[in-house]
Design a protein around this ligand. Structure first.
Ligand SMILES: [Zn+2]
Length: 237
């Protein structure tokens, strides 16, 4: 059966390559080939033996039409390089990521309204990533910071670039930037420091910094081994 996706009305769009429909349809899990391979056997890495396995190849693809529902304006804003949060008309709380309804119990799920937000905020907390989803593997290691955008009561996770992890601390002021060609996805935004980090506010001891550098060097080596000249680690080590 052919599944059709029928919007009520297309107001504006960036249409995908229609060949994707066909490619997705062809991905029907039917075997198209096989390999008899030699591989490792055992449950301890230091005591492995060798045996043979049959590996079968089945194509599979999907084209996922995903509606952002009531938070759509936020993602449409990303396409236009604008930042929209949602504000509760009862208590005034501003949410980014947006919430369609206020989460304050006394507001009883009041529907929120859209407000444009300044592309500025501060780091609430952060982490150095040693592994990631496929699209970002080449850029490991990188920093993910939970940023509270000015006026908001929630934080949004973004990549924090152009700074060393040991110079990052809660309260560091950052700018929110848009990638050159936004796709309507949360990864369209990233942040960079809006001020020179204050070394007296560092939260890592020199011992921790050395250990972190060591770990990041290993991650960088792995990325370079895997991607060669395409490797683009986000942190200089
Ligand atoms: Zn409220």
């Amino acid at each position: 059966m052919k599944m059709a996706y029928k919007p009520k009305k297309i107001v504006e769009s960036l249409e995908y390559n229609k060949q994707w429909d066909e490619w997705a349809r062809q991905g029907n899990w039917s075997p198209v080939g096989w390999r008899w391979i030699e591989g490792p056997k055992g449950y301890r890495l230091d005591k492995l033996s060798t045996t043979n396995y049959l590996v079968i190849q089945r194509p599979h693809a999907s084209l996922y039409h995903h509606s952002y529902g009531m938070t759509s304006k936020f993602f449409k804003g990303l396409l236009e390089k604008k930042l929209y949060g949602s504000k509760c008309p009862k208590c005034g709380s501003i949410y980014l990521p947006p919430r369609a309804h206020c989460w304050n119990a006394e507001c009883r799920l009041e529907e929120t309204e859209w407000v444009e937000l300044p592309p500025r905020g501060e780091v609430h907390t952060f982490s150095v990533m040693a592994f990631s989803a496929t699209p970002f593997l080449k850029t490991l290691p990188f920093i993910i910071a939970y940023v509270r955008v000015e006026g908001c009561c929630t934080t949004v996770p973004t990549r924090l670039l152009k700074v060393n992890p040991w110079d990052v601390y809660p309260g560091l002021k950052v700018n929110i930037n848009f990638v050159e060609h936004p796709k309507g996805d949360i990864m369209d935004i990233y942040c960079t420091p809006a001020e020179t980090p204050d070394p007296s506010k560092r939260i890592m001891s020199s011992e921790t910094i050395e250990r972190l550098k060591d770990d990041m060097r290993k991650v960088k080596e792995w990325v370079v081994r895997k991607f060669g000249s395409e490797a683009k680690p986000s942190i200089e080590i």
